[in-house]
Design a protein around this ligand. Structure first.
Ligand code: ATP
Ligand code: MG
Length: 564
């Protein structure tokens, strides 16, 4: 990782891996996994985990698995399974043929559970969920042993088998590990290993009506796959002794669990449950709404995989939780788009300009560089110019204040790579008084935006030829939430009360230069002076194109850094 000062240091996970390689702990192997639960779409927080899990494996010449952690049949869905794969491929990682499903191991897990029962390390318990909570104890008091804890091995084997074949209703019995009800670590107070859920599973159908709990399942999945370093987020730190206990008691291959801090971003909700709520309550247009922090939303908005990976590198990995300013993500995105995006002209709020002394029907094509910011690139395109053009409404003022250097009555300005024009008349709507058209003259000697006498003008405007323009809808986005902490609400209110009512502004009949008729959803453009834009992958059609503003040009990150 490169710190802000530019020095290169290793994070604690890479240090552990290098030490393990040095001591040959796993026979010199590095094998990681990313284990999403397919109950929602992946978000930018998952990207951090993926870049770490898969990134370290790539760096140390290892392997990585994608594993659907599908142990809960009720919330999981094939839509999510497909979206997860699409999103990770888009980020640029390839797990080759190593896509696994936790549910593929249900038979093995069942065998292991039976093994623990035989060892006297697991028992079938009839306590209800409420009773179990009472028996659990508190932080200061030890728990109490379940009255079913001393069932014989034979009875436990019999009951567990009957749980499996469906003799008992949901919630009536569980299989629990027999560890220590007085352990200071709650995870070790006889945790539940299996529960009864009569529900169809997307992968195993109706084969099972008992499903393993995360803590029992996860370590076994890692062990079966020969994972070396099982990286997970900090909230699993207390579960590590349980992870180790199961594998030690089963006497099987034992990966090492290592916890790191999850990503939190200002102004961003990252819980899948909350994201699902935004979708279900219609606050956004779906998981891939461009305002969502999901990878599909960011992609549709115009984020590039490179920007997201650079961001994940830049924030690094730490052992303590923190919140990253979303301005850093935007800063990294602008850096990436600045390099990648060709500059084009698009008028978002059009005002018609008629150039009175320009011949009717004449069209000139000006050669305009695609990457004027980059001296090493020479690509250009042709942009048509004609008698009627559009400029931004904001680039004209009838009665301009001193500091306004753009178009005004009698004022001359430069049109980018075209001509100098001077405003000679203003046409208004008779009823409303609104300016509907400007009449201008041009200086034929200023072709290409330069005059022989090198006459100075204060303003340079972008423009689009009216007859050649692509008519498009443009969507401008702002933060989805009004507060840095979306969960900061008064009693009785919900995080949705912090939603920004102006997070989406739709502009109709924007006028774009003709080259944009060829835009594809994965292309990024800088609309000069207006920001970075991309074609919407969902709602756009050839006849009615829709562009999303990925991000404005104004970078707030540098400012944040100096005021901190
Ligand atoms: P929930 O939103 O319900 O807490 P989850 O985000 O943990 O669920 P999983 O599908 O279990 O969802 O996550 C897969 C992996 O991604 C886990 O290993 C988890 O630790 C990691 N992960 C999830 N959120 C973040 C985050 N914000 N930052 C870093 N890693 C994350
Ligand atoms: Mg989880």
């Amino acid at each position: 990782m490169t710190s802000e000062t530019g020095s290169v240091s290793k994070d604690f996970i890479r240090e552990i891996i290098e030490e393990d390689l040095r001591t040959n702990k796993f026979g010199g192997r590095v094998h990681t996994r990313f284990p999403p639960e397919p109950n929602g779409y992946l978000h930018i927080g998952h990207a951090k985990a993926i870049c770490l899990d898969f990134g370290v494996a790539e760096e140390y010449g290892g392997k990585y698995n994608l594993r659907m952690d599908d142990t809960n049949p009720v919330k999981e869905d094939i839509e999510y399974i497909n979206a997860i794969q699409e999103d990770i491929h888009w980020l640029g990682f390839d797990w080759e043929d190593r896509l696994y499903f936790a549910s593929d191991y249900f038979d093995q897990m069942y065998e292991y559970a039976v093994q623990l029962i035989k060892k006297g390390k697991a028992f079938v318990c009839d306590l209800t969920a409420d009773e179990m909570r009472e028996y659990r104890g508190t932080l200061t008091e030890p728990g109490k042993n379940s009255p079913y804890r001393d069932r014989s091995v034979e009875e436990n084997l019999d009951l567990f088998e009957r749980m499996r074949v469906g003799e008992f209703p949901d919630g009536s019995k569980t299989l629990r590990a027999k560890i220590d009800m007085s352990s200071p670590n709650f995870s070790l107070r006889d945790p539940v290993m299996y529960r009864i859920v009569h529900a169809s599973h997307p992968h195993t159908g109706d084969k099972w009506c008992i499903y393993p709990m995360y803590d029992f399942a996860h370590c076994i999945e890692d062990s079966i796959e020969g994972i070396t370093h099982s990286l997970c987020t900090l909230e699993f730190e207390n579960n590590r002794p349980l992870y180790d206990w199961f594998l030690d008691e089963l006497e099987v291959y034992h990966p090492q669990q290592i916890e790191f801090a999850r990503l939190n971003l200002t102004g961003t909700v990252m819980s899948k449950r909350k994201l699902l709520q935004l979708v279900n309550e219609g606050h956004v247009a779906g998981w891939n709404d461009p305002r969502m922090p999901t990878l599909s939303g960011l992609r549709r908005r115009g984020y590039t995989p490179e920007a997201i990976r650079t961001f994940c590198d830049r924030i690094g990995v730490a052992k303590a939780n923190s919140t990253i300013d979303v301005a850093l993500l935007e800063h990294v995105l602008r850096e990436d788009l600045n390099e990648r995006a060709p500059r084009v002209m698009a008028v978002l709020n059009p005002l018609k300009v008629v150039i009175e002394n320009y011949p009717e029907g004449q069209v000139e094509e000006f050669e305009v560089p695609d990457y004027p910011q980059d001296e090493t690139r020479s690509e250009t395109r042709k942009v048509p110019f004609s008698r009627e053009i559009y400029v931004e409404r904001d680039d004209f003022m009838e009665d301009p204040p001193k500091k306004f250097f753009r178009l005004a009555p009698g004022r001359e300005v430069r049109l980018i790579k075209a001509y100098y024009i001077t405003c000679v008349d203003v046409v208004k709507d008779e009823k409303t008084g609104e300016v509907v058209e400007l009449r201008c003259t041009y200086d034929p000697e200023s072709q290409g935006g330069q005059t022989a006498d090198n006459r100075k003008v204060r303003g340079t405007l972008h423009w689009v030829s009216a007859t050649h323009a692509v008519d498009a809808e443009v969507r401008l986005y702002d933060y989805l939430f009004l507060k840095d902490d979306p969960y900061d609400v008064e009693e009785g209110k919900d995080f949705t009360d912090n939603l920004n009512p102006d997070s989406l502004v739709v502009l109709q009949h924007c006028k774009l230069e003709p080259a944009l008729a060829e835009a594809k959803p994965s292309d990024s453009y800088q609309f000069m002076r207006n920001g970075y834009f991309t074609l919407d992958s969902v709602d756009s059609t050839k006849e009615a194109p829709v562009f999303n503003r990925t991000i404005s040009l104004k970078d707030t990150w540098a400012k944040l850094q100096t005021t901190k």
